[in-house]
Write a protein that binds this ligand. Structure first.
Ligand code: GDP
Ligand code: IMO
Ligand code: MG
Length: 421
């Protein structure tokens, strides 16, 4: 039995989707346990190119069963669209994709409030994906949420009515347009009927699977530093992103976790506001253009920076990382020199990430080491030995600094563009 958590060790978008896709071959269950459709996971394989938001990225492996745990918040329209798209693409998810009825629903007022809160905060805004994530998790923990179970218990209408009364008052106070009860009720009843065949309590399935020694692959959404507790609060997301979330989000006791794979980009990116100590601000520079990416969910431009090993080391310690999957090494090709942040200083004294808050992080000095780059295109390399020596040394430097072995190296976005060591 293996229970493997795949987590992002930076600010999201490390390449978790690709990693889960290639690891899924050996998995019986592939599962999402946190977040919602703020996630955008890119998968490129024999079925095509996909940007997935809710269905586990391992679903392409035909031997797997996909699970969306109770820790995930579900925007039903997005899930329906994704299921239809996957079925149309020949992936076939019917009968092997199950959604926990414990999962909370993202309602239209969550999305409206997300936008209104962001606008009210002005320059201090988080830069959310505006998918309603903060407001739906706030409702979850303040006992105001709506779950799939509410339909089966015939309590949905009553709960919706109360919530709409409350939310319409807040929306009106913030200058937004209120929602009509009947139209939201009918819309969501329709979603329930469409998704009913996919709703199933996961408790017995997970427990039986653990007992039978099945292989579980758990796909985190977001990244370690977007975690509500350990991330750069308040510039974070509303769910726990460290592997312990898989326990609550799926009902898997922590003792079963056998591996934690930290997906780590060979440089750093971040979408939205908040500190990014190694940020490259010169938008005209070669390296800025090289590292530049467009966000899979919102289409925004990702901010970029050099690899920050203090950050990755902190992630490794927080998550109990057992292996690193280093992605996008190919993107560094062509740079004469590569800067890497090895530690932080504050007023010339060493300091750890966890010793300062988000505002303190703006003041720390990242201490860099400059290492030689390589000019060769490495996207066709399929073994470690095929990599130029300087690329090999870059990989070795990462594992030595983080004290976790790099087991996979990504040299391109496609599934097969992966070196296994
Ligand atoms: P996720 O949210 O962690 O799944 O990551 P995203 O899909 O949002 O962003 C990662 C981006 O990097 C996507 O465009 C991937 O196709 C791409 N990608 C992943 N691994 C590699 C790699 O090793 N090399 C290159 N060039 N691209 C990669
Ligand atoms: P994946 O799973 C990168 C960021 C948003 C924003 C903050 C809060 O693809 O790695 P939210 O909508 O969650 O309330 O926004 O979190 N964010 C992500 N950044 N990748 C993600 O997911 C993200 N999910 C949320 O940009 O800064
Ligand atoms: Mg992403």
């Amino acid at each position: 039995m293996t229970v493997i958590a795949v987590i992002g060790s930076q600010w999201g978008d490390e390449g978790k989707g690709k990693a889960v896709d290639f690891l899924a071959e050996r998995a019986d269950y592939v599962a999402r346990f946190n977040g919602g459709n703020n996630a955008g996971h890119t998968v490129i394989n024999e079925f095509g190119t996909f940007k997935i938001h809710l269905v586990p990225s391992g679903i392409f492996a035909q031997n797997t069963t996909g699970l969306i745990g109770g820790g995930v918040v579900v925007d039903p329209a997005v899930l329906i669209e994704e299921i239809e798209m996957l079925n149309k693409s020949g992936v076939g998810v019917d009968g092997r994709l199950w959604v926990s009825p414990r999962s909370h629903l993202i309602m239209p007022y969550h999305k409206i409030l997300d936008g209104l809160y962001e606008e009210a905060k002005g320059a201090g805004a988080t830069g959310t994906t505006r998918r309603g994530i903060g407001p739906v998790f706030a409702d979850k923990v303040s006992y105001n949420g709506i779950r799939w179970t509410d339909f089966a218990s015939n309590i949905f209408e009553q709960r919706l009515q109360i919530q709409l009364e409350l939310k319409n008052k807040i929306i009106a106070a913030l200058g937004g347009d209120g929602l009509k009860y009947e139209s939201v009720r009918d819309e969501y009843r329709g979603y329930y009927l469409k998704l009913k065949p996919y709703l199933k309590e996961l408790f017995s399935l997970v427990q039986d699977g653990l007992k039978a020694g099945k292989n579980f692959l758990l796909e985190q959404a977001m990244g370690t530093f977007l975690d509500t507790d350990w991330g750069t609060y308040p510039f974070v997301t509303a769910s726990t992103t460290i592997p312990s979330a898989a326990s609550a989000g799926l009902g898997i006791p922590p003792k079963y976790l056998t591996q934690v794979i930290g997906v780590t980009k060979a440089y750093t990116t971040r979408v939205g506001a908040g500190p990014l100590p190694t940020e490259i601000h010169d938008t005209e520079s070669e390296v800025y253009k090289k590292f530049g990416e467009v966000a899979a969910t919102t289409g925004r431009t990702r901010r970029v920076g050099w690899l920050d090993l203090e950050l990755v080391k902190t992630a490794a310690q927080l998550s109990g990382m057992t292996e690193i999957c280093l992605t996008k090494l190919d993107v560094l090709s062509g740079l004469n020199e590569i800067k890497v942040c090895t530690r932080y200083e504050l007023s010339c004294d060493p300091i750890r990430y966890a010793d300062v808050d988000s505002y303190g992080l703006e003041k720390i000095e990242p201490i860099y080491q400059t290492v030689p780059g390589w000019s060769e295109d490495i996207s066709r390399a399929r073994s470690f030995e095929e990599l130029p020596v300087n690329a090999q040394n870059y990989v070795k430097m990462v594992e030595e600094a983080v004290e976790v072995p790099v087991k996979w190296v990504g040299v391109g976005p496609e599934r097969e563009a992966t070196i296994r060591r």
